[in-house]
Design a protein around this ligand. Structure first.
Ligand code: WT7
Length: 643
């Protein structure tokens, strides 16, 4: 049994006391429209909304604040100018500690955003156009997102670690005619050839709508090719002339972000303007309990939703100071995070369990040799945090002074959904905690029966919240199928979850064919498709297995074409092949060559068995009598033990 950890009393002032949480949560579920119309006032509207939620889950149609008009770049930047022109908006800390850092005040950020928005206009970007952003973690990444929002263009940020193949697919899927990139990125001392990857991506496929313009930001100064007429340096197009914010309807799209699911290619999750804006502004305020003057650091890349909501939009809506870090936790050494904390006097850090576990393994001295006195709050996101890592984060990093918030949410939810609030709740190591305002979780069994009280089941959300994704770009039916058809009338998260007697939620992990590798969602089907593209591979089945650092590792069962054998050379070749097809984050951890996959007589792969074998749980294989070849299981177990 895990005991609750009392919230450190040093945490004050707070935006939300226990009593306030109870009253506000009650109001948020009893009178949601009034509650959210009030929270909507955190934003500056050209026309204030009078309608709260207008949504249904069967059939699926979701709108919030539909008669309101606003612009989110105005809310993140322009509206702060009267009071905060000289407040630091963004701090850039480079990959190499010896390189120069940089920061932008709200006044300077405004100028940079206007300059880039004017450059995009010259490129031909207008309201509603999709713009792909493929950038390193530099300030211009955030500037690019805001410049798109300013013009009413829909950004689609693709993580800089994705391959040209993956980038091409994402450009094509949303018919993006414009790309913003940098010459190169830097991560852990290595150069990432971003512009060269863009060139390769644009050469890959015949696009229905070819890319017309590529805006290039100089970063490392590395040599790159520029295609005449298509590629432009930012400085050649940027200008300071007035560039007013487009007036957007609340339900106009703001961004598309691709995410993996259990089947098919990645889905373009679509978020709109008003609801996403209110959700990120409100969650940032209450969950991080941000106080004026503090420095907030979310370590996520802007290529993930965490970076969208809590590097860029949430902090800037709140006139906060946010840190943008280009590097990695272990370069040049394992104390890098805490050096950055001390250098910039970071008060709030928000990172992933995988980073915490990796640093914990290296020993306390990397932490204790740094001061960390500025830290006030520690956040975790992306995957379940094991109690051991939680304790280390709380005891060693935070010296028992700083509350830990474990925030559960998803690309589709727009922002945090389940978490403790630092001034209101005691914490339980390993539990995300309680629902945020307006969030109505429900546990159901596999047949869809509602489970009450302390229980374990599949996590659904029964009522819409403003930050909810509205659709899958270009494929609303897929949106409906993926999230609203398993349990009709509810949003199904894909996660398994326990609820305890105090109403705290404990996420147990995905219950679908999605695995969580270092806090990044990976569809097993995507890795399988990449593997079978290789000429020597006949069939592949991919599952997750427990991994000390990554949370889950990628375990691939592979059968080869007749005449091929599973040499070490081929093993390395297949790993490289998957990296090339998807990107380094999809690199298989284990490849298990086998002469067959366990199938039912009707030919269905029995993944449950493959999962158990990969987890080394040979006693729990369940019924194997329906297998076409029962002896295969013995051979697979033997193969697992040899790895
Ligand atoms: C999946 C969503 C949230 C932004 C980053 C990942 C897992 C996320 C937690 C947490 C346990 C978590 C879930 C979820 N997850 N946060 N605090 N505790 N699990 O976004 O790529 O859309 O992945 O990440 O399984 O469904 P994502």
């Amino acid at each position: 049994m895990i005991h609750a950890v009392e919230r450190p009393q040093a945490h004050a002032p707070t935006h939300c006391t226990p009593e306030q949480y109870d009253a506000m949560y009650r109001a948020s579920v009893e009178t949601p429209d009034a509650f959210w119309l009030e929270q909507a006032q955190r934003l500056d509207w050209f026309t204030a909304p009078t309608i709260g939620g207008d949504w249904a889950y069967d059939p699926v149609a979701i709108k919030w604040f539909e008669d309101g008009k606003l612009n989110l770049c105005h809310n993140a930047v322009d509206r702060h100018l009267p009071e905060h022109a000289d407040t630091t908006a963004l701090i850039f800390e480079p990959d190499d500690p010896a390189s120069e850092d940089r920061s932008l005040t709200y006044g300077e950020l405004h100028r940079e955003v206007v300059r880039m928005a004017n450059a995009l206009k010259k490129l031909g970007v207008g309201k509603g156009d999709r713009v792909t952003i493929y950038m390193p973690m530099i300030l211009e990444g955030a500037v690019a997102m805001l410049a798109c929002a300013r013009l009413g263009a829909v950004h689609s940020v693709v993580f800089g670690g994705f391959s040209p193949e993956a980038l091409a697919g994402r450009i094509e899927d949303c018919g993006s005619r414009f790309v913003i990139t940098a010459d190169e990125g830097l991560r852990g001392g290595k150069r990432v050839p971003l512009k060269a990857n863009v060139d390769a991506a644009l050469n890959l496929a015949a696009h229905a709508t070819p890319v017309e313009g590529v805006l290039v930001i100089p970063h490392t100064g590395g040599t790159i090719d520029m295609v005449e007429g298509r590629d432009h340096w930012l400085a050649d197009l940027a200008s300071d002339e007035d560039c007013p914010c487009e007036v957007m309807d609340a339900e106009d799209p703001l961004f598309i972000l691709y995410t993996s699911g259990s089947t098919g290619k990645p889905k373009g999750v679509l978020h709109t303007t008003g609801g996403y804006g209110v959700w990120t502004a409100t969650t940032f305020h209450y969950i991080f309990d941000y106080q004026p003057g503090e420095v907030f650091w979310c370590t996520a890349d802007i290529g993930w939703v965490t970076g969208h909501s809590y590097v860029v939009y949430g902090p800037l809506f709140n006139a906060a100071t946010a840190l943008v870090f280009e590097g990695v936790p272990n370069y040049p050494d394992h104390g890098r995070f805490w050096d950055v904390v001390d250098k910039h006097q970071v008060n709030i850090i928000y990172t992933a369990p995988t980073a915490i576990r990796a640093l914990m393994r290296e020993g306390d001295h990397h932490v204790t040799s740094r001061s960390r006195a500025s830290l006030r709050l520690l956040g975790s996101v992306g995957e379940p945090i094991n109690p051991e890592a939680w304790r280390w984060y709380f005891d060693v990093v935070g010296e028992g002074r700083c509350p830990v918030i474990d925030t559960w949410w998803q690309t589709e939810t727009g922002g945090c959904m389940i978490t403790t609030l630092p001034g209101a709740h005691d914490m339980k190591p390993g539990s995300a905690g309680l629902p945020f305002f307006g969030v109505r979780p429900q546990l159901v069994d596999n047949e869809g029966h509602v489970l009450e009280g302390a229980n374990e089941g599949n996590l659904c959300i029964t009522h819409s919240w403003p930050g909810q994704a509205r659709t899958v770009y270009g494929d609303h039916e897929r949106f409906v199928q993926t999230y609203f058809s398993t349990y009709v009338g509810k949003y199904f998260t894909g996660d398994g979850c326990k609820r305890d007697e105090d109403g705290y939620y404990w996420i147990t992990g995905r219950v679908d064919d999605v695995i969580n590798v270092s806090g990044h969602r990976m569809g097993t089907a995507e890795v399988e498709s990449a593997l079978v593209l290789h000429a020597k591979v006949a069939e592949a089945a991919v599952v997750g297995y427990p991994h000390d650092i990554k949370g889950q590792g990628i375990y691939c069962y592979v059968t080869l074409n007749v005449g091929e054998d599973g040499s070490d050379g081929l093993l390395a070749e297949l790993k490289a092949h998957v990296r090339k097809e998807i990107g380094p984050i999809a690199t298989p951890d284990i490849i298990h060559f086998t002469d067959g996959l366990p199938k039912t007589r009707s030919g269905k792969i029995m993944r449950r068995i493959l999962r158990k074998i990969a987890e080394n749980e040979f006693g729990a294989l369940g019924d194997t009598s329906t297998l076409a070849d029962p002896s295969l299981v013995e051979r697979l177990i033997e193969g697992r033990q040899n790895r």
